[in-house]
Design a protein around this ligand. Structure first.
Ligand code: PPS
Length: 567
């Protein structure tokens, strides 16, 4: 198991000449525009990162993978790699057909020869693969609320790799990685998987792991898709490059992996191992709560802290990569160095800064000591994440028609403009419907499009350091969550439920719409003939009944202060 596999791994690409010809032919085929996650999956399918898979899973392979982590022919594979599509697209497609797979720019990357088309049981997939059908799990949420309802399966003919404009020299296919190890004469390689910036403790533990295994080290961070809310990969790569200088030269390499993570804990660890085997490594570091998704909706961890290590160990031979235990490293003040937590005697002073504490210090612009991280890394993180009071953010007021959202939002806008410092934009429900969504009605589909447009504009405002105030009804929880994820990639999302009761809204009936809705003259009217799913855990809930608008706006201001978003 210790010698690296230096023979090339099979890829799914056709030759350069055939690719040009095939591309012309493929232009005639029905085509599917791949989602960001599908582009990641396709890249690793084509370049052999997902070897032995030869395409998107067929139904029989999918059933096997979901049920017992094996494809129909018995190969170990823990995560379903499926091509999810919309019902509308699926209607016109049948097994036996070829389709072209295009990236976001419309470039044809591959042809899928469809063998299977089916409607999956997503709840079963969630239970078996992720351990619970709980929307608090990011991949389960993706499965139910983002992924299409129909799966297509079949072998892939690769035409070209997805184009990356960033960090090209740091990206390696499995065969490029193998060739690199061969060229360098590296026979044992420990890989370290990460989706976070590296600090001193990580540098120590990876260096120790390599030393103990008498191996070279591959820092192999994920730059495809990670957990919503993670530090963006541009910032992370600049941090990794700074840390690379801290290892003895020519012992360590950095390569970027275009993987779309699922945060599936134990199954994900096995998957990561298989992917690293394909890249030619011999050892893999598996940590406590490897690829953990955080807490479930009951506030408990989805997986036990060592479940990932156990599942990996049980399949170690088949994976073909030796697991290296992650050592929990802590800083011992008296000796001014990092040491494994389980080797430290009583009575010494142990220092530690948790992830939450680090985020707090960054958000508030507080000191981050040198024993914790390298100054170059801290500088990069501060550049990307200035203190919260200087970042952009979104306030998203949701509630019934006539609940007072617009009035509160207008008062809030004036108060924020009085404070100054950041541009404030109001995306009021009515105004948006006039300027951005004039062609839309009030069906679920149209409301979702409307809210996602608002979310997109708000996320751009937030990204660029402004304040977006949104005041649509936004009746659906899943859509509000999608907007939250869009925005939290760039700054805070403060959901405010304007919780005026239906009776009160109807009593006020400021626009006379409730009367018309009751008479059936307006169809699909929220609260009357259409649903409103009240937020369960908004950042703030305000009740306008018996309260001045000014007071409600003041409550939002206090919340923003409490969150450190305004001084
Ligand atoms: S949604 O569901 O978020 O897309 O709705 P939104 O864009 O906020 O638009 C709501 C405003 O449109 C008016 N209106 C209706 N509301 C709900 N249901 C139906 N069928 C409907 N038809 C028209 C209404 O004036 C809403 O304004 P507000 O400011 O919320 O009262």
């Amino acid at each position: 198991m210790t010698a690296p596999n230096t023979t090339p791994i099979p890829e799914l690409f056709v030759s350069y000449d055939s690719a040009a010809k095939l591309k012309l032919e493929a232009a005639e085929l029905p085509s599917w525009d791949l989602t960001a996650r599908q582009v990641c999956d396709l890249e690793l399918l084509m370049n052999g990162g997902f070897n032995p898979l030869k395409g998107f899973l067929s139904e029989a392979d999918y059933d096997g993978v979901v049920e017992n982590m094996r494809t129909a022919d018995g190969a170990l594979w823990p995560i379903p790699i499926t091509l999810d599509v919309s019902e509308k697209f699926a209607e016109g497609i049948a097994p036996g057909q070829d389709i072209a797979l295009r990236d976001a720019e419309g470039v044809i990357l591959a042809i899928l020869s469809i063998t299977d088309k089916w409607v999956p049981n997503k709840s079963r997939e969630a239970e078996k693969v992720f351990g619970a059908d709980d929307l608090a799990h990011p991949a389960v949420n993706y499965l139910h609320n983002v992924a299409g309802p129909v799966y297509l399966g079949g072998p892939i003919t690769g035409i070209q790799q997805p184009i990356h404009y960033d960090y090209r020299s740091r990206r390696d296919t499995p065969n490029e990685m193998r060739a690199f190890f061969r060229k360098m004469g590296w026979r044992k390689i420990v890989a370290f998987q990460t989706r976070n910036p590296l600090h001193r403790a990580h540098q120590e533990l990876t260096f120790r792991a390599a030393k103990e295994a008498q191996a070279n080290l591959l820092i192999h961070p994920v730059v495809g898709m990670t957990k919503p809310g993670d530090v963006d990969h541009f910032t992370r790569v600049r941090c990794y490059e700074a840390v690379l200088d801290k290892y003895p030269s020519s012992t360590t390499a950095l390569s970027l992996l275009p993987l779309a993570m699922r945060m599936a804990g134990p199954r994900e660890a096995v998957w990561h191992g298989l992917i690293r085997r394909n890249h030619g490594v011999t050892h893999f570091i598996v940590g406590r709560d490897h690829a953990g998704p955080g807490k479930n909706s009951a506030g408990e961890d989805f997986y036990g802290p060592y479940d990932a290590q156990e599942l990996f160990r049980a399949h170690e031979d088949e994976i073909g990569v030796t697991m290296v235990d992650f050592k929990h490293m802590v800083y011992v003040q008296e000796r001014a160095q990092y040491e494994p937590a389980d080797e430290i005697e009583d009575g010494v002073t142990v220092l530690n800064i948790s992830g939450t504490e680090l985020r707090r210090r960054l958000a508030e612009g507080l000191d981050i000591p040198e024993w914790f991280s390298f100054p170059e890394v801290v500088k990069e993180l501060r550049r990307t994440k200035p203190p919260r009071a200087q970042q952009g953010f979104t306030v998203f007021l949701t509630g019934l028609s006539g609940s007072g959202k617009s009035t509160i939002a207008n008062a809030l806008m004036v108060k924020l403009m009085e404070l100054g410092g950041r541009p404030v934009t109001l995306l009021d429900g009515d105004v948006v419907r006039k300027h951005l969504s004039s062609e839309l009605g009030f069906s679920k589909e149209h409301r979702d499009i409307n809210i996602k447009r608002i979310g997109y504009v708000a996320s751009e405002i937030t990204k660029n350091g402004g304040i977006a105030l949104c005041a649509p009804i936004a009746p659906y929880t899943a859509t509000r969550r999608a907007v939250r994820e869009m925005i939290e990639a760039y700054g805070a999302f403060v959901e405010v439920h304007v919780a005026t009761s239906l009776e009160e809204c109807e009593r006020r009936d400021r626009k006379g719409l409730y009367k018309l809705a009751r008479e059936g003259k307006i169809k699909e009217f929220t609260g009357i003939s259409d649903p409103y799913e009240a937020p369960e855990t908004p950042e703030l809930r305000v009740d306008t009944e018996g309260q001045e608008v000014d007071n409600c706006a003041q409550q939002v201001i206090l919340k923003l202060e409490q969150l450190g978003l305004i001084n």
